[in-house]
Ligand binder design. Structure first.
Ligand SMILES: Cc1ncc(COP(=O)(O)O)c(C=O)c1O
Length: 311
């Protein structure tokens, strides 16, 4: 495919069948590889939509500084787009994010404000909101409350899935801002109301980068729980194990939240007699290499445990 700008090359990601994850004939598992986006994650899609919309509405002008709280991926996507379009960008993120994220942001010319690692992304949101309220020069896209976030997935991610697999029965993705699940979920249910939409969420108190457990106090304003058919709670050790397993079994090198999603997809597939599941793998594994994930032994990772909760 030929494009006039890297921004236009966002999306159009592959949908790959994972034959080794099929528990029986008639049950098929597919992975939507969002790591194939220009900066390596699904967030390129929403960054483009949020910036385009803000420009159209006159909220983002040359004199403004873009400011966003992010655990990394959205910041990297915004940084790429800001660089191409010539905007200044500041991101607020927890001090304990992986060094690859920090390096990549700096490479793209973003400024970084660190918030408390203990408070996670909720702490970054608090800091960014305070900064915006004190200085009118900041423009905050605010992915947690910006409807351009789910819209990006409605218009692009979901359409691509429907084009490639119109017979989809189940969709599973991680829940961070909820943008993916809301946008893709709504579009898939418009396509076929029988499609089930499931969220992978971390065990309360455990860290899986990019994901949040809604029981921990903050429900992003764009999230409508009625759209979800269920959530599956995944322990971080299981997410690690599944991330490794995906590389070993299918040659797919994805990030840790993708491991959590694959742990859910496996569980869902084992309960199905027939049908097709799409698991959305949010990013590639590159930013997690320093976590030593690929060098730890399976024995160190403990036993597999999962809670399935249906809303
Ligand atoms: C690695 C990763 N996985 C999953 C998600 C969740 O996506 P969403 O914010 O659309 O719920 C994010 C979002 O930050 C992420 O960075």
């Amino acid at each position: 495919m030929r494009f006039t700008s890297i921004i236009d090359a966002i999306g159009h990601t592959p949908l790959v069948e994972l034959r080794s994850y099929s528990p029986r004939t008639g049950v098929r598992v597919f992975a939507k590889l969002e790591g194939h986006n220009p900066t390596g994650s699904l967030k390129d899609r929403i960054a483009k939509f949020m910036i385009d919309q803000a420009e159209r509405e006159g909220l983002l002008t040359r004199d403004k500084v873009i400011l966003e709280p992010t655990s990394g991926n959205t910041g990297i996507s915004l940084a790429m787009i800001a660089r191409v379009k010539g905007y200044r960008l500041k991101v607020v993120m927890p001090e304990n994010v992986s060094p690859e994220r920090v390096d990549m942001l700096r490479l793209f010319g973003a400024e970084i404000v660190f918030s408390s690692g203990e408070k996670g992304t909720n702490g970054s949101i608090e800091v960014a909101q305070r900064m915006v309220s004190e200085d009118a020069r900041y423009f905050m896209p605010y992915q947690y409350g910006n409807l351009a976030n789910p819209q990006a997935h409605y218009d692009t991610t979901a359409q691509e899935i429907i084009d490639d697999l119109p017979e989809i029965d189940m969709f599973v993705a991680g829940l961070g801002t909820g943008g993916t699940l809301m946008g893709v979920g709504r579009c898939l249910k418009d396509h076929n109301p029988q499609v089930k939409v499931l969220a992978a969420v971390p065990h309360p108190g455990e860290l899986i980068f990019g994901l949040r457990n809604l029981d921990e106090g903050f429900i992003p304003p764009i999230v409508d729980l009625d759209l979800l058919d269920g959530r599956i709670v995944v322990e971080s050790e299981d997410a690690f194990r599944s991330t490794r397993e995906l590389t070993e079994r299918e040659g797919i090198f994805a990030g840790v939240s993708s491991g959590a999603v694959m742990a859910c997809a496996k569980r869902l597939a084992s309960r199905m007699d027939k049908g097709s599941i799409v698991a959305l793998l949010a990013d590639g594994g590159w930013k997690y290499l320093s976590s030593q994930l690929w060098t730890r032994s399976y024995e160190d990772m403990g036993q597999e445990t999962q809670d399935m909760v249906w809303w």
